[in-house]
Design a protein around this ligand. Structure first.
Ligand SMILES: [Ca+2]
Ligand SMILES: [Ca+2]
Ligand SMILES: [Ca+2]
Ligand SMILES: [Ca+2]
Length: 716
């Protein structure tokens, strides 16, 4: 027994944020379904009173809050809305074997086959391995999965692959629906019901620990991360609102776990491969095993096991290895084996050996290569996929390239091709040539999932279908009539948009009530010998139109401070109301458009015209208005008695002036004094005095200061 190293693939093992909760999916339930209802079909074999009783009992059994006939044409089928204490799987368990119930099932969620998936990593341009040159998103060096999906091929739950690797988190939200459930085995009864030598092997087998728990991952451990990662590339669930999407939206993944944290043994690999071979011989629809591992030298027992699988019709997809070397001269196993039959008589090799490329089309520096020993390249650097505990991570390695090809085998088989030799030929004969792989791989090219569809489906592509609209802008709330041409055959034409806030109504009308960039595809369904066709995406922008430049139109920008200015504008567009805003102390806007001040100042004003008539709001440049102070009414000293005895005092009185400014007084002349309050008197009562007085009212509010003429008072 030779210990073999599991390919060290995690150049980048950045854990990405887990943003999903564990899917509550009973192992017998597949795909997405409404969480609060089930569909029940009754036999209706009795009298109407008896049938009524069955319905009532059924409703009570699952605490249903309502029971509604599914349609007038199917009166025996009802939708039961469940009480909040009863899950879908619980309801199905309770009703499955009830008398009078023919079947009970979830209300499955379905999608148009052709809508590009909305899964977060796909939509955020992070899943380059699935893209193609003309797809949205695009990457010329991806596997072009999007185009194959656009032809209507997204895999099949009637096709299975074996993941010969670490274990798999079978409850992962991106995998649960695509995990194989052994139809011949009854879970948990301690019996080997299908007589394959493994008791209760429901989702596969753990050949490391010799038990039926194929997932043994735990917090703060990478245990079973590798197997979970490759599984997501083969068959990550599409359109489940989270994570990634695999080459196959639908497939069945069988765990043949033989690697632990420190690798595994070929003896366990042999058992794992033979487990798959035995299942295949008994009828499991296994088309490939994924083998993202390697190490050790030539191992006849292992090659024999690979040969037994090949003889049974299972392709062995092998990572070329991460040593950056030529495997024609330095062998890498198992990718270097030739699987041509247990008696070397099959005439063809069941192994596909896969090199890694990066997102610029170059061979990954770590990837092995070999003109006769490596077949093709596939995306293997910066690959995001599922990892344990409902998370996702970015890994690199030929380990990551390999499941793209394993996925291709399953996808090709789902299109109808059954002979494994033909499937291998369909994949290898349709690679996209790349200079980076020319002369160092048998094909000189990279995986092209779209290119293989004709060979795999026996159908041909339609003429290019395109959306032909030339006006790609509209205002929110309006609609655009979509037009297209091209395509072939009689399939129905449909328009689709995956963009939130955008909708297709009446078949060909695109609408959005909000500002949005709506991605739109046209699809033409398969017909006759033609595959479905999906157009390149076109982006329609629903946006408000900018207004013509809005300006403040006033030409008089300097005014006396006691004059209000009526503000006016020019320019702008549409019927939006105009409003003004002002900055500057002592400035105010009243009655909408009247600018006034409470003191001499400078005011900066902007005008805004509101959004209306499809136009966005517009704001003008700011304009400064200078308000200058104005004169008070003439101020005069109003005393009439101007001569008094030197023993007297005079209270100065004034008239005129404006506003609340403080009064002050100045006096000239020898022997005179005036108080702040305006009380005038001689400073020496022993002398006569002649005093000349002026009054000043200080500047206030909008007014300048005002000073009275001088008045002369005599103290005799
Ligand atoms: Ca069994
Ligand atoms: Ca059992
Ligand atoms: Ca286990
Ligand atoms: Ca997903």
């Amino acid at each position: 027994m030779r210990r073999i190293a599991f390919l060290a693939i995690t150049l980048l093992a950045t854990l990405l944020s887990p943003n999903a909760t564990m899917a509550d999916v009973d192992s017998t339930l597949q795909g997405e379904y409404a969480p609060d209802r089930v569909i029940v079909t009754y036999s209706d074999g009795g009298t109407s009173a008896q049938n009524f009783q069955v319905r009532e009992r059924t409703r009570t059994d699952v605490e249903a809050v309502s029971s509604k006939e599914i349609s007038p044409r199917a009166s025996r089928t009802a939708v039961l809305t469940l009480g909040k204490n009863v899950s879908v799987s619980e309801a199905i368990k309770r009703l499955r074997n009830q008398p009078g119930v023919v079947y009970v099932q979830p209300d499955y969620k379905v999608y148009a086959l052709d809508i590009p998936p909305t899964d977060s990593y796909f939509a955020s341009n992070s899943l380059w391995g699935m893209y193609g040159s003309g797809t949205t998103p695009a990457n010329s060096f991806g596997s072009n999965a999007i185009s194959a999906w656009g032809r209507g091929y997204t895999g099949s739950s009637s096709i299975a692959v074996g993941v010969v690797d670490e274990g798999i988190q079978i409850s992962h939200p991106d995998l649960a629906a695509n995990i194989w459930v052994n139809p011949g085995e009854i879970a948990g009864n301690g019996l080997d019901d299908d007589n394959n030598g493994y008791i209760d092997d429901i989702n596969g087998w753990d050949f490391v620990n010799n038990d039926n728990t194929v997932f043994d991952g735990r917090a703060n451990s990478t245990l079973d991360a590798h197997g979970t990662h490759v599984s997501g590339t083969i068959g990550g669930r599409a359109n489940n609102g989270t994570g990634v999407v695999g080459v196959n939206w639908n497939v069945k993944i069988i765990s043949a776990k033989f690697l632990g944290l420190n690798g595994g043994y070929t003896s366990d690999a042999v058992r794992a491969l033979d487990y798959l071979t035995a299942l295949k011989i008994k009828g499991a629809p296994i088309v490939a095993s994924n083998n993202s591992w390697g190490g050790g030298g030539f191992d006849q027992a292992l090659l024999d096991a690979i040969d037994r699988g090949g003889d049974a019709g299972i392709l062995f997809i092998a990572a070329a290895g991460n040593n950056g070397q030529n495997t024609d001269t330095t062998a890498n196993y198992p990718s270097n084996y030739v699987c041509d039959g247990t008696a070397n008589n099959r005439g063809w090799d069941c192994i596909i050996s896969v090199a890694s490329i990066n997102s610029t089309g170059a061979r990954s520096s770590f990837s092995n290569y070999g003109a006769t020993t490596v077949d093709l390249g596939a995306p293997g650097e910066g690959i995001i996929s599922s990892v344990p505990l409902n998370s996702w991570a970015n890994y690199s390695g030929t380990s990551m390239a390999t499941p793209h090809v394993t996925g291709a085998v399953a996808l090709c088989a789902s299109m109808g091709l059954t002979n494994p030799r033909d499937i291998k030929s369909a994949i290898l004969s349709t690679v996209t040539p790349r200079s980076s792989l020319a002369g160092i791989t048998t094909t000189g090219g990279i995986l092209n999932l779209d290119g293989m569809t004709t060979a795999c489906s026996g159908k041909s592509a339609q003429a290019l279908l395109t959306i032909t609209n030339t006006t790609l802008n509209a205002t929110p709330g309006t609609s655009i009539k979509l037009t297209s041409n091209g395509g072939s055959g009689s399939g129905t034409l449909t328009y689709l948009t995956p963009t939130t806030g955008c909708a297709i109504t009446n078949g060909d009308s695109l609408t959005s009530t909000i500002t949005a960039n709506c991605l739109v595809y046209a699809t033409k369904a398969a017909s006759g010998s033609l595959t479905a066709a999906t157009s390149p995406a076109v982006t329609f922008a629903f946006a408000l139109t900018p207004q013509a430049t809005l300006r403040i139109a006033n030409t008089v920008l300097s005014n006396p401070a006691n004059v209000a200015v009526r503000l006016t504008t020019s320019g702008g567009s549409g019927l939006g109301a105009v409003s003004y805003a002002v900055t500057g102390t002592n400035c105010l806007i009243s009655n909408g458009d009247s600018l006034s001040v409470t003191a001499a100042t400078t005011c900066r004003v902007t005008a805004t015209k509101a959004s209306a008539s499809g136009f966005a709001a517009a704001t003008s440049a700011s304009v400064s208005f200078v308000f200058t102070a104005v004169a008070q009414t003439p101020l005069a000293i109003s005393n009439t008695t101007l001569s008094v005895p030197r023993s007297s005092t005079i209270q100065i009185t004034v008239s005129g002036g404006t506003g609340a400014g403080t009064l002050s007084y100045r006096v000239t002349g020898t022997n005179c004094s005036v108080s702040t309050a305006g009380l005038l008197k001689p400073t020496r009562i022993t002398s006569a005095a002649t005093c000349s007085v002026t009054a000043t009212k200080a500047a206030n509010g909008i007014y300048t200061a005002s000073t009275s003429p001088a008045v002369t008072f005599s103290f005799t």
